[in-house]
Design a protein. Sequence first.
Length: 331
Amino acid sequence: MGCAAVAIAAQLVVLGAVGWATANPRAVIDHWTVARFTPSGEVQSLADRAGMSEQGRFVFYASRPAVLSDRDFADSCTNDEPGIGVLGCFTRPEGRIYLFPIASPELEGLQAVVAAHEMLHAVWDRMADDERAALAEPLEEAFAALGPDHELVERIALYEESDPQSRIPELYAILGSEVPTLPAVLEAHYAGWFSERDAVTTLYASSTSVFRELDARLASLQEEIATLGARIEAERTTFAATSEQLAADIDDFNTRADTPGAFDTVDAFDAERAEILARQAALEEARTALNAAIDDYNALLVELEDLNGEAAALNRAINVVPEPLPTEDAG
């Protein structure tokens, strides 16, 4: 009887497993995939740095993430919009995660953020409709709490312009991987996928600060250049008028100096000559100052060129297609 009981119990377990597998085919495929997937050291490091939990790491690995070369990434994750950088994608129907090879040391933490973002897309793809519906309102509330001037407002608008159905899935992936403080219901949800969500949001903050600081330097430098340029133009105009007037006054003085009786006394002659010489000296000082300002202006232009080069390098590092330059109408 004891053997019979064991046999019956074993049969029930097997039948139960078959029933679960039939009801959860995606989970079966995930377990099968993860069991056969060997993540590279780079991929493991991304999961670690993003603070993924075991559950989050499982979904990440089930998506067989790969960091591709520039060319292979372009073939797998398309983007034709200038000024927008695509750093990762979760593809359907194959359900894979592909990541762009960010080479810049200043931005190396951003790749872990992208990995977390795409992992959350993979999680969303596995959710039931009722789970997604339950998250929609908290996501919208958290988004609204960021305020109308938050940079995410423009990003979400761009996503919606491309795909009107992308709003909530993108909010889900972005808020979870970038925004440090969220409503309790969302924090509790994301805790299932991150053991340390602050790890990934900190990486996002440090990476994006590179762009904010560069933007601030560029804006400050451009303002300095504009201010100095306006000052140079004003001083150049004044210098030209002063120089022209001094030249006329010198001609007049020389003409009168050659005319007997033009000056009442020697002292009058000497006083006017001294005044002209002082004006010449002052004009020379103005010329020297103007040339120095022009040198400063040119140095600022070189600095601006260097900063623009730095910005271009960072844009290339995040896969941004440059905005096309306006072309002249040949006709």
